[in-house]
Design a protein. Structure first.
Ligand code: KG4
Ligand code: ZN
Length: 327
């Protein structure tokens, strides 16, 4: 089964072709990130205008790389939420027009669920049920996955998303945008125990909170002169504290739900220190940790087409009345 996927939930425009829910034939990603950097965050209007300009070219390239004819597409799939309304609208409108003109079925896909599915594009030994953690610029959520059509939320952030905290803390230290990769770069080799941040606690068993640590960094910066050394140590201490909080909630969730597989996904999962810590801590607890390869942690359409192939086989269907979903 050949599935075309479209992803345009934030600043990326991506089109991919995936065979049988597993094999990526092509995945083209165009990003408007550079244009947002100078504003210190994604400007929705700029993102959606660029998506409108680039989607046709990205689509043509994806078809060309996959070496398929349009008639070979069995299903058109698209992220229909959550995300920026204007951006989602570009992808969904394009997908509807394509499905209609090719006379092919259409399937709307949840962006967060597709981040988890990215693991199945990289690993063949994942066993369900499992627990999954999505850590992105917009979400920090723990899930129990009996099947990809039966996904239950165990807990989520009560305020900022984890990636958002990385971005805001980087901004406080004048590092630039997006903050995650920059904090990781500064943190490398620095003293992660220099500053103790009482991190990210909530009373919610599987919940998270990241706005407190952002404020703690703000106050720390008011009281201390930011030297290059301190900047690195602060980045490392912040990163350490966040990783600790994520591990602290995820492993007990695996134990509580008696699962041996933990799937991680979302942009923040590209962080090397985080990947190492999760692998080590999970191993000690007899749990196997899975991460998508780095480029599939970021927003991409292969994860959309992959999950669509899987769900379509189980009977999932949308139609041309497909709406945007914001939860
Ligand atoms: O999943 P994603 O590409 O987009 C959303 O769906 O939000 O995630 C983007 C987020 C940004 O907040 C970015 O700072 C963060 O992922 N990020 C990282 C790293 N690379 C990207 N955070 C920490 N370490 C990284 N290496
Ligand atoms: Zn995402």
């Amino acid at each position: 089964m050949i599935v075309l996927g479209i992803e345009s939930s934030c600043d990326e425009t991506s089109v991919a072709v995936v065979k049988d829910g597993r094999k990526i034939l092509s995945c083209v990603v165009a990003s408007s990130l550079k244009l947002h950097s100078k504003h210190g965050g994604v400007i929705p209007e700029i993102a959606s205008r660029l998506q409108l300009e680039s989607i046709t070219g990205v689509f043509s390239q994806a078809i060309k790389i996959a070496r398929i004819k349009l008639a070979q597409i069995d299903l058109v799939s698209v992220t229909n939420g959550p995300g920026l309304p204007g951006s989602l609208l570009v992808g969904v409108s394009f997908a509807k027009a394509l499905a209609l003109s090719l006379d092919k079925p259409l399937l709307g896909i949840n962006h967060i669920h597709s981040h988890i599915y990215a693991n199945l594009l990289c690993h063949t030994n994942i066993k369900l049920p499992c627990v999954a953690l999505v850590v992105s610029g917009g979400h920090t959520t723990l899930f129990y996955i009996k099947d990809f059509s039966k996904i239950k939320i165990l807990g989520q952030t009560q305020d900022d998303a984890c990636g958002e905290a990385f971005d805001k803390v980087a901004k406080l230290m004048n590092m630039g945008y997006p903050g995650g990769p920059l904090i990781e770069k500064f943190a490398k080799g620095a003293d992660k125990h220099k500053i103790k941040f009482a991190c990210c606690g909530t009373t919610d068993e599987f919940g998270f909170s990241f706005s407190g640590i952002k404020t703690a960094v703000l106050y720390y910066l008011k009281d201390n002169k930011l030297t290059i050394k301190l900047k690195a140590d602060l980045a490392a201490s912040f990163q350490e504290s966040v990783i600790r909080a994520l591990v602290k909630k995820s492993l007990p969730a695996c134990k509580r739900y008696r699962v041996k597989n933990l799937l991680l996904g979302g942009g923040v999962i590209a962080n090397t220190a985080l990947r190492q810590r999760f692998s080590e801590s999970a191993k000690i607890n007899g749990i196997k940790c899975f991460f998508p390869e780095i480029k599939l942690c970021m927003d991409n359409a292969a994860m959309v087409a992959g999950l669509a192939g899987y769900l379509y086989k189980q009977g999932a269907r949308s139609n041309l009345n497909l709406n945007l979903e914001f939860n």
